[in-house]
Design a protein around this ligand. Structure first.
Ligand code: NAD
Length: 431
């Protein structure tokens, strides 16, 4: 997936760079919530830094016979509430710093929805677009073999992230099982259905967005029937959210992907758009729509905005021009802390990523449970359990926000940090 470079080359460069630094943003969000919770320094020390960071050098034979050495990471930010949980990303820009920030976010995400996991993340600095399937398979198997003592169903459970998918998970599961001498499906989630994946996993993140948006709409008195929706990033998360919200009567007025955006103030025909996007691999050129320029999509008048593409899309520079009443963060980290302040002042209800997109990790948890019990659930059971968790988590965050008069983001962090600290105290790790 293409990502913004945090550098502008202008005088404002370093300030903007700071605004777009994920580790810095994770730290700011953590600290604001920790201060509100009046957290003891001892706890802050325990949960501020990752518990373990592993760096591996991975020699891989390329198709031309040469060897290349890739750098791989796995960070376990917290294992207090259960095994570390989090995806593995393949991207040229992967750094230890980025993986550390993403691992911390996973700790908070799992705690917000109350699933029994800590937080982890992995990554390999590589350019998968320039690698063959065979090279990717060899890289994945080498990564798994080198991490064999780090990952495991009881210790750290990876999943797909940017540029990794069901196939990657199948290779990890197979390599891990070869070492264990028996099949271990529960070592990763996001697997193909044929290898112990869960029904409903593909749609889970978009479906989770639907459930929290419904609750947010009730809170602000917005009728979803006829509500205008804009989706940035019509991929897995964005397209499923758009499809389900349209079934609730909402109007998708604009959508975009990496190739550009389209709009129609009277509403786009979502089933037809899904067909167009599947056929042409882009929303661009959809009949009956007018083209919109990339980032401008965020500024189109609407009731519900769903940034579901990349981090750092809503910043100091454009937050003031956003007119949505609800923002549901499908992507991780799409809004910078500076932009957050502007949106809060304007009264926009931002459903933060650690709550809004947690449907994915929640159904990953269901997959892990099903693998461990060897009994698989019907799709309607998966969806019903997901709904119950998303709705109750929304109201847990809402109560915290109302009680402390803070934004939903700070409330979600407070709730998550409190749950992690409670676990530390109960386990006695503090001693
Ligand atoms: P995806 O690859 O299926 O879709 C991403 C979409 O964003 C694509 O349509 C792509 O063209 C578009 N995009 C990329 N760059 C863009 C740009 N500059 N402007 C507009 N659109 C752009 O990925 P996904 O699984 O839907 O994930 C989307 C986001 O949600 C990511 O940030 C991911 O980390 C986050 N997320 C995903 C899940 C999940 O379960 N898939 C769970 C939690 C969070």
């Amino acid at each position: 997936m293409e990502r913004p470079t945090p550098s502008t080359g202008m005088d404002m460069g370093s300030e903007i760079q700071r605004e777009l630094n994920p580790l810095e943003n994770a730290r700011l969000q953590f600290e604001e919530a920790a201060v509100r919770l009046k957290l003891d320094q001892s706890f802050i020390q325990i949960i501020k830094e990752p518990r373990r960071a592993t760096i591996v050098k991975l020699p891989v034979q390329m198709d031309d016979g040469s060897f290349r050495v890739f750098t791989g990471y796995r960070v376990q930010h917290s294992i207090i509430r259960g095994p570390a949980k989090g995806g593995i990303r393949y991207h040229p820009d992967v750094t230890l710093e980025e993986v550390m920030a993403l691992a911390a976010w996973m700790t908070w995400k799992c705690a917000v929805v109350g699933i029994p996991f800590g937080g982890g993340k992995g990554g390999v600095a590589c350019d998968p677009g320039k690698m063959s399937k065979g090279e990717l398979e060899r890289l994945t198997r080498r990564y798994t073999a080198d991490m064999i003592d780090v990952i495991g169903p009881e210790s750290d459970v990876p999943a797909p992230d940017v540029n990794t998918n069901e196939q990657t998970m199948a290779w990890i599961m197979d390599t891990y099982s070869m070492h264990a001498r028996h099949t271990v499906t529960s070592v990763v989630t996001g697997k193909p259905l044929a290898l112990g994946g869960s029904l409903g996993r593909r749609e889970a993140t978009g479906r989770g967005i639907l459930f929290v948006v419904r609750e947010a709409a009730k809170r602000i008195g917005l009728d979803l029937k006829g509500a205008k929706v804009v989706v940035q990033g019509f991929g897995n998360v964005g397209s499923v959210a758009a499809e389900l919200l349209a079934k609730d009567g909402a109007l998708l007025v604009a959508a975009s992907d990496v190739q550009g955006g389209i709009m129609n103030p009277n509403g786009l025909d979502v089933p037809a758009l899904l067909g167009h996007a599947a056929k042409h691999r882009t929303v661009v050129g959809f009949p009956g729509s007018t083209p919109v320029d990339g980032k401008k999509i965020l500024e189109i008048p609407c009731d519900i905005l769903i940034p579901a593409a990349l981090e750092n899309q809503i910043t100091n520079a454009n937050a003031g021009r956003i007119s949505a009443r609800i923002i549901a963060e499908g992507a991780n980290g799409p809004t910078t802390p500076q932009a957050d302040k502007i949106l809060n002042k304007a009264g926009v209800l931002v459903i933060p990523d650690i709550l809004a997109n947690s449907g994915g990790v929640t159904v990953s948890y269901f997959e892990w449970v099903q693998d461990r019990q060897g009994l698989f659930w019907r799709e309607d059971e998966v969806n019903a359990r997901l709904e119950q968790i998303m709705v109750s988590s929304f109201h847990d965050v809402e109560r915290m926000a109302d009680e402390h008069k803070v934004s939903f983001r700070i409330a979600a962090f407070m709730l998550a940090i409190k749950r992690v600290v409670d676990a530390i105290q109960l386990r006695g790790v503090y001693a």
